[in-house]
Design a protein around this ligand. Structure first.
Ligand code: MG
Length: 244
């Protein structure tokens, strides 16, 4: 009768024999055991994340230097009150993973292009990941949702219609500056929009600017996240950051 040998057992014994008989390095030489990665409970929010907005208050945000954030809060989300200006996180960040959810409003008749659901996430208060209604709403490609505004268009358009919640997961590498204040290593950003990769380790060319070419400004350290008020009632919820 033919003897049945489980496949896994065969592989294990072959590997053992090969390791003893050939001149290849000991597999243990390439095993790294320290440091041990910290345990993180991934959901609903990673256990090592800083929650910047949980739907109940805007205590982690302010207008200008020290004014309480005046955006409205309802049903677990905050909505821009046009004309109040953008809000800054009180905490400062450098390299980070940022999760943020947004919803653009049903456009008011006649508002289209850059006028429909415009807001923005300014990393370190300077470098904008555009928020816009880009579902069947054409504008210049490097100004649509998920663009690095006026710099780099998203790889694809993963936008959902207005009135639906959307996510950005942003992995950000802050720039560094030399002693003279000149940029040494530019900033880089990776963005997933609704789970779809739209910016893949994209080099940020400088401070976001509406007119002219982007350039890096003065040397800076860690800085707040700034959410733009562009006069549209864009809503945000579930904002958290992991410092990297
Ligand atoms: Mg914007």
């Amino acid at each position: 009768m033919k003897q049945y040998i489980p496949a896994l057992l065969m592989v294990t014994s072959c590997t053992t024999i090969a390791a003893k008989n050939d001149n290849l390095p000991d597999p243990k030489l390439t095993e790294v055991w320290e440091p041990i990665p910290a345990e993180v409970k991934p959901s609903p929010v990673p256990s090592d994340a800083i929650v910047l907005f949980d739907g109940t208050h805007l205590n982690e945000w302010h207008h200008g230097k020290d004014n309480p954030a005046k955006w409205s809060i309802q049903n677990g989300y905050t909505t821009i009150v046009p004309g109040t200006s953008g809000i800054s996180s009180k905490q400062k960040f450098c390299d980070m993973q940022l999760h943020i959810e947004f919803m653009t409003p049903t456009p008011i008749a006649g508002k289209k292009g850059q006028g429909s659901g415009n807001s923005g996430i300014f990393l370190q208060g300077r470098y904008e990941v555009q928020v816009l209604n880009s579902y069947k709403n054409r504008t210049y490609s490097n100004g649509q949702a998920g663009s690095i505004y006026k710099q780099t268009a998203p790889l694809v358009n993963a936008s959902l219609p207005t009135g639906q919640w959307q996510t950005y997961d942003i992995i950000y590498k802050a720039p560094t500056f030399d002693n003279s204040g000149k940029v040494k290593d530019k900033a880089y950003v990776t963005v997933l929009h609704n789970g779809v990769l739209i910016q893949n380790h994209t080099e940020i060319q400088g401070n976001t600017t509406y007119r002219g070419k982007a350039q890096y400004g003065k040397a800076h350290g860690c800085a707040p996240i700034w959410l733009q008020d562009h006069n549209d009632e864009v809503s945000y919820r579930n904002i958290w950051v992991r410092k990297l």
